[in-house]
Design a binder for this molecule. Structure first.
Ligand SMILES: Nc1ncnc2c1ncn2[C@@H]1O[C@H](COP(=O)(O)OP(=O)(O)O)[C@@H](O)[C@H]1O
Ligand SMILES: N[C@@H](CCOP(=O)(O)O)C(=O)O
Length: 291
């Protein structure tokens, strides 16, 4: 039996749609694997009642298939599904790392990224790498078709997850087909600012670079109270606020001293819309860990 813990992630960070992602110190999924004649999946933990155990429908099934590594796979969910915190990706990332080692396949962490992304294709229709890359490799990652670039950044973050469900598949439907050149120019500037901030461990630059006028406004409509939560987080000291992944979680970059106040402000703002929420005071963390 081999055990792997893979962290939640926050993708996009505003200006880096389908490219940027960060590993979060917490929460995380824990996956245990042992060899078997065919793949059998058991799911327990947060939101497990909404997660299929059929290998054709669970993200880890596609990973086992891609690695030709049939196994009994036990998933203990620490990350609720349809959260915007890379729940489906964390299981896939953990399974990729675990099965690669169990079957001695010899893939590097970077090579495991497109393999784990096959799981994402099962649930969201697209094999986007921006969640599995940081969940496997840790830090801040830039995932492109040419590979993954990683920066071991240290930035405090607050993630606030309301008790509503937004599926990534649905949230991808509202992504606009195109953007104006002025928006492209703005996003290039923001993405470059954010990347520089990651290299310098600078929450101001990271926060400034999280602005986006292309995808985020279209998706904000799916999250009741998004604008007031964002404003409350800024008022409490956040340096940048955006939708985490496809939502409904909202992510704020900040200084450590402001984390608690930002968390409380975001909770209160969701509460005003009638939604309960969970706050994670977290920071950029490491990738999947083998026990
Ligand atoms: N191992 C898994 N963990 C979480 N969700 C899974 C898993 N396998 C399949 N799913 C399905 O994926 C969907 C959640 O994925 P997604 O919408 O991308 O949310 P998230 O942003 O939390 O990853 C749900 O429909 C869930 O049933
Ligand atoms: N780039 C993807 C990221 C989805 O992240 P998730 O945590 O919501 O699965 C997107 O924005 O669609």
């Amino acid at each position: 039996m081999l055990t792997v813990r893979a962290p939640a992630t926050s993708a996009n960070l505003g200006s880096g749609f389908d490219v940027f992602g960060v590993a979060l110190e917490r929460p995380a999924d824990v996956v245990r694997v042992e060899k078997a004649d065919r793949t059998i999946i058991d799911v327990t933990g947060a939101g497990s009642q909404f997660i299929p155990e059929d290998p054709e429908k669970n993200t880890v099934g596609a990973v086992a298939e891609a690695l030709d590594a049939p196994a009994h796979i036990q998933i203990d969910k620490g990350i609720r599904p349809a959260s915007g915190l890379g729940s489906s990706a964390a299981s896939a990332a953990a399974a990729a790392v675990a099965l690669n080692q169990l079957y001695d396949r010899g893939h590097s962490r970077e090579e495991l990224v497109p393999i784990a992304a096959k799981g994402e294709a099962v649930v969201s229709g697209d094999a986007h790498d921006d969640n599995v890359a940081p969940s496997i490799m840790g830090g801040f990652t830039i995932a492109t078709p040419d590979g993954v670039t990683k920066v071991s950044a240290d930035i405090p973050l607050v993630a606030c997850l309301p008790d509503i469900v937004v599926s990534t598949r649905d949230a991808r439907e509202v992504v606009p087909d195109g953007a104006r050149v002025s928006q492209l120019v703005e996003n290039v500037g923001n993405a470059a600012t954010l990347t520089t901030g990651m290299h310098r461990d600078d929450p101001e630059l990271v926060g400034r670079g999280m602005e986006d006028t292309v995808v985020t406004p279209a998706r904000a409509k799916l999250i009741d109270g998004y604008e007031s939560v964002r404003e409350a987080a800024f008022d409490a000291g956040a340096t940048g606020v955006t939708i985490s992944g496809a939502g409904p979680a909202v992510i704020a970059a900040c200084y450590e001293r402001d984390q608690r106040a930002i968390g409380t402000a975001m909770l209160d703002a969701f509460d005003d819309t009638g939604a309960d929420a969970t706050v994670y005071q977290t920071r950029i963390g490491q990738g999947a860990t083998v026990y």
